[in-house]
Design a protein around this ligand. Sequence first.
Ligand code: CDT
Length: 302
Amino acid sequence: SRKLNLAVAQLGPIHRSESRSAILGRLMEMMREAKGRGAELVVFPEAALTSFFPRWFIEDEAELDSYYETAMPNPSVQPLFDLAVQLGIGFHLGYAELAWENGRKRRFNTAVLVDRNGRVVGKYRKIHLPGHADYEADRPFQNLEKRYFEVGDLGFPVYSYEEWQVGMCICNDRRWPEAWRMLGLNGAELVCLGYNTPVTDPRTPQHSHLTSFHHLLSVQAGAYQNGVWAAAAGKAGVEEGWPLVGHSCIVAPSGEVVALTSSVEDEVISAVCNFERNREIREHIFNFEKHRQPHTYRKIAE
Ligand code: CDT
């Protein structure tokens, strides 16, 4: 059948002092709950293994490195992979990646797609990095993603997860129509994404009451305009003094929200996604082959 039972596992705050084993325990409990609902795939947030450290200016390299994974899986996350195999459930996980490539230390904001056999079948490195690269003294908290991560170098790949075509993007990417359109053009049927979105952006406090609206607007528009299912998992609640938006969701290709969290804590939501519904959009209003006019879009790629 073209139906996938899909879960999104929102995380409440992760504090700096929380141990890796405690964090893993939370993820594993939600993985069990997802399985209990019959889910075949569970989506965890961006940077789901740590506090969202770009809020801090960290000068000590060893301290900074402690927030990154040098391999995936690695011994500290192996229990999550083992549980996935035991339960027969796939998952999507965001984390900070430290990779040695050609003798160079590289840092990425990364997500992986893991199948029911515990194998990493897909990887994405975040492309749209928000914030700034240098310490800004007038901010109540920093947003140093441009300092701590390189722009992702994998493009917007789409992977076969069993019979479904799955793409990924990460947090700020979801606000960019180009990210969704690249995934749509690459054949995605489902887009998995994680996020850590502060309720208040110190540069635009007049938008604080719109944070959830802009989040949902972006995910619903991206799903509808590309005829894809979307699964968006947030880290929510007051993390180290700063509130992060909730409203993790599952959105249909019609743009309708079919599941939505109602807390800013650890919370699992799920929905049965019928992939026949993608065709309602992609064979009609957004039939790319019939209606796109790429020769008029050149500026977008400049
Ligand atoms: N993690 C991440 O990309 N967060 C950004 C914050 C933007 S500045 C308020 C986001 O787009 O949600």
